[in-house]
Design a protein around this ligand. Structure first.
Ligand code: SF4
Ligand code: SF4
Length: 441
């Protein structure tokens, strides 16, 4: 695509980066076919190509964002299906991240929208605040119907609907410390404790630590970790996202200095995509660029890391049929497609893949709160495809997808690691009845 930026504009490294991305796009439109919002809404401006044109126009003319561009960029899930499809290697992720930061800087949203976003940014990345908010949400549940009738309060209704009925107690394993591996030590890794996941399902990281230590891997929970920054990054709040990134880079750099790390293990693929991008996000900061690049190169999804180990034979071989839902951040953001399915199959599960596996379930960070209508359509489509597999359980590797799919599916939805841990000698996953997990020894 031809671009028309002035030399003065290109002196801004963010604009220069976006210009490079824009020039790669050849307008072929292949990406439209796999874009969930185009498939759902049928509007070119809600397709990757349409959004690319809108962003190009805004940046080239150096003008503030307007209502039209905000509407169509807000509807983008950042699912990155377009990047998987694009034959020209257009880095839509970096382009839309830049557009979101520009919107945040130059556009004044309506008051309620601003308040909702400020509240999400204040609460979600902080486990203590999130836990308190979930307790408060219980009081608001009787008013969901009322909130859903008022357009400006729909996000509040969506938030209350997603809030779980009971909140698990906080895990002691999330506290900083070292969990020694059993037997001969084969590796040393750090684990991201995370924010929302550590409140909604602390057993995911507990299970991960239990499985890794049984396999002889020492697991460090470093002092000073923060939220990965993805939630605020996708809202265009660059300063907050970079502050989180730096805090984590510092925490993991200390862990590297104090004994080395073979990997930084991440159990939420949404966080993994962002941490693997820290090297890019902090490239312009001389104090952090190298350290961030090192952290990004060590970041591994738990299934990616387990695949690199020589796993023993499973303790039990369940014959359970599992529908594997590949989170967008897993398959499009990190290009991890094979490993989770292979691990499940090796552990004795019968893996089925739902139709339209490339389409987002509508969770996408805070998307199911901020865009509840499109999100619900995508969720229902996903659940229908999952249920058509005839599976007994759904496995996936991202807490956002687990919450979203579980809000409409009749099947239990669990993190992939819980099924693997069960097959390799751990306890039966919570929330899954005995009848659904039949071990064929
Ligand atoms: S990130 Fe997803 S929703 Fe956004 S343009 Fe690309 S395919 Fe469409
Ligand atoms: S597939 Fe790639 S090159 Fe083609 S229109 Fe989409 S982003 Fe541009």
């Amino acid at each position: 695509m031809q671009t028309n930026f002035s030399l003065a504009q290109l002196a801004d490294p963010h604009v220069a980066e976006s210009e490079k991305i824009l020039r790669k796009c050849v307008h072929c439109g292949f990406c439209t076919a796999t874009c969930p919002t185009y498939v759902t809404l049928g509007n070119e401006l809600d397709s990757p190509r349409g959004r690319i044109y809108l962003i190009k126009d805004m940046l080239e003319n150096g003008r503030p964002a307007d209502k039209e561009i905000v509407t169509h960029i807000d509807r983008c899930l950042s699912c990155l299906a377009c990047m998987t499809t694009c034959p020209s290697g257009v880095n839509y992720m970096h382009l839309v991240d830049h557009a979101r930061a520009h919107i945040e800087e130059t556009y004044t949203r309506p008051l309620l929208d601003r308040l909702t976003r400020a509240m999400l940014a204040f609460v979600l990345p902080y486990p203590k605040r999130f836990r308190a908010a979930l307790k408060l949400a219980k009081l608001g549940k009787p008013f969901i119907g009322l909130f859903e009738k008022l357009p400006a309060l729909k996000p509040l209704g969506a938030m209350l609907k997603l809030a779980p009925g009971s909140i698990p107690t906080a895990s002691p394993m999330a506290s900083p410390g070292i969990h020694a591996g059993q037997g001969t030590k084969r590796a040393r890794v750090a684990i991201l404790t995370g924010c929302a996941q550590s409140v909604l399902d602390p057993a995911i990281n507990e299970t991960t630590i239990a499985l890794l230590t049984r396999l002889g891997v020492e697991v460090v929970v470093p002092q000073g970790e923060a939220c990965c920054g993805a939630l605020v990054h996708h809202m265009g709040r660059e300063e907050a996202a970079l502050a989180s990134a730096k805090q984590n880079v510092d925490a993991w750099t200390r862990a590297i200095d104090q004994g080395g790390l073979d990997a930084i293990v991440i159990t939420a693929s949404g966080c993994g995509t962002t941490i693997k991008d820290y090297g890019f996000m902090l490239r312009l900061d001389p104090a952090y660029a190298d350290k961030a690049a090192r952290v990004s190169s060590l970041a591994k999804d738990i299934t990616e890391y387990l695949s690199s180990l020589d796993l023993p034979e499973p303790v039990r071989k369940p014959g359970t049929v599992v529908a594997y839902h590949s989170a967008c951040s897993m398959q499009h953001g990190q290009k991890i497609t094979r490993q989770p399915k292979e691990l499940l199959a090796k552990a004795g599960f019968v893996v089925r893949e739902p139709r339209e596996g490339h389409l987002c379930c509508g969770s996408a960070g805070t998307y199911n709160i901020l865009q509840p209508e499109i999100s619900a359509k995508l969720r229902d489509r996903k659940v229908k495809n999952i249920e058509a597999t005839g599976a007994e359980i759904v496995a996936t590797g991202n807490i956002g997808c687990i919450t979203q799919i579980a809000s409409a599916a009749k099947l239990p939805v669990v993190h992939t690691i819980k099924l693997l841990d069960w097959a390799y000698g751990g306890p039966k996953p919570d929330g899954v009845s005995e009848g659904r997990l039949v071990a064929v020894e």
